[in-house]
Design a binder for this molecule. Structure first.
Ligand SMILES: Cc1ncc(COP(=O)(O)O)c(C=O)c1O
Length: 377
């Protein structure tokens, strides 16, 4: 269990309006150091910023030598570029007006090495057209082929059509070939041996495909792969041109901590919530409604309260969470509790700013800049 009262103590909790997002700065740094260690060096990491969307976290990563970053939106990419990241992969297929926004991003940050994904010939055509229509010869975008790792979310399946797609990018005048993208986030097995087997079965297929491209004379500058569950397994392969892209590990969360107990990451994000009503025996009503934490998990499984001996989430509405706990009589109205979200990434995105805890005190505020859909572009 990750809970350690001395690690999560807050001396000046009264300065936090509840519900309030808490980030434990030293734990963020420790998690990043552990990510670098597992990857085998900062140059082998391309962390996904969707978890934190925060420039201060990027600054810590840059200080540790992690210069390559991944994101999902134009706003996140702008957040990264603004803080000085020079190598950004938008791991999302651009469609509709986002194609022109991508071009504008490239124009705004001409020194940034910008890359994106495609998984269909129509996307190659549309992206090439958007770049050509800009009439700007300075717009240079690397394009990686997004392969379906078996997750069945995005990506083209390995096979002849994927080779054709790769050749299409390679022969396009408007695009630069970037390599392969492989997100295998479906591998969430608690059993490490089972997970390792499943991750490696996918990896073997990927490497055979990469070798086939190389044999056909096509360059594969890099492979960007992995999420939290798979990245320690893939890191062990020692593949030179591999960039590992975990995201959640920066903050970690209750789900990952309980699912992957062998990992040494420590939850660095929590919510400070207060008791707003306590009229029924063994029940507390807290101000952490589902507008204040990730609500993508099933009702009843959204938050962990390790300070309490046992908890059952009874009802969760917009501004309230009712819990059943035998410890309820130890609390009065206004008392606070620390809740750990099951899923950190969508939790950070619902807050404008986080209270950052250093040495047991709220020391600063970090704005969650990348949560906005539009910054300037
Ligand atoms: C494309 C892509 N890459 C990397 C990640 C990071 O994965 P994880 O959050 O499991 O660390 C995600 C997460 O959603 C993703 O969608």
């Amino acid at each position: 269990m990750y809970w350690k009262p001395e690690v999560y103590r807050i001396e000046n909790a009264e300065s936090v309006f509840s519900p309030g997002l808490l980030i434990f700065r030293d734990l963020v740094e420790q998690n990043l150091v552990e990510m670098v260690r597992i990857a085998g060096g900062p140059e082998r990491l391309r962390p996904h910023c969707k978890t934190h969307k925060t420039q201060e976290v990027v600054k810590i990563a840059l200080r540790l030598g992690v210069t390559r970053h991944k994101c999902a939106t134009i706003a996140e990419a702008e957040m990264l570029a603004d803080v000085g990241v020079q190598d950004i992969l938008i791991a999302y297929q651009m469609v509709g007006p986002n194609l022109q926004r991508l071009v504008r991003l490239a124009q705004k940050y001409p020194d940034v090495e910008l890359a994106t994904l495609v998984d269909h010939p129509q996307a190659v055509t549309q992206l090439s057209r958007a770049i050509q229509e800009s009439g700007d010869p300075g717009v240079s975008i690397r394009v990686l082929v997004d392969l379906n790792s078996g997750m069945n979310r995005t990506g083209i399946s390995i096979g002849p059509r994927a080779i054709e797609l790769y050749e299409m990018i390679y022969s396009s005048d408007a695009l630069k070939i970037g390599g392969l993208h492989w997100y295998d986030g479906q591998h969430r097995q608690c059993d490490l041996a089972e997970r390792t087997g499943a991750v490696n079965a996918g990896w073997d297929q990927l490497i055979r495909f990469r070798d086939q491209l190389l044999l056909s004379g096509l360059p594969v500058p890099c492979i960007v792969a992995a999420g939290t569950g798979s990245f320690p397994v893939l890191a062990d392969h020692g593949e030179p041109n591999l960039e590992l892209s975990p995201g959640t590990t920066v903050y970690h969360d209750d789900d990952m901590a309980t699912r992957f107990p062998e990992m040494k990451f420590q939850p660095a994000l929590a919510i400070l919530t207060r008791v707003v009503s306590c009229n029924r025996a063994n029940e507390l009503t807290l101000d952490v409604g589902h507008k204040a934490c990730a609500a993508d998990q099933p009702a009843g499984q959204r938050l962990a309260f390790p300070e309490l001996s046992s908890v059952k989430e009874l009802t969760h509405s917009e501004e309230h969470l009712v819990i059943h706990t035998p410890d309820a009589n130890q609390f009065k109205i206004g008392d606070h509790l620390i809740a750990f979200p099951r899923h950190a990434c969508p939790t950070s995105a619902v807050y404008q700013a986080a209270h950052v805890i250093v040495g047991g005190n709220v020391a600063e505020q970090w704005e969650i800049v990348g949560r906005d859909r539009v910054l300037t572009i």
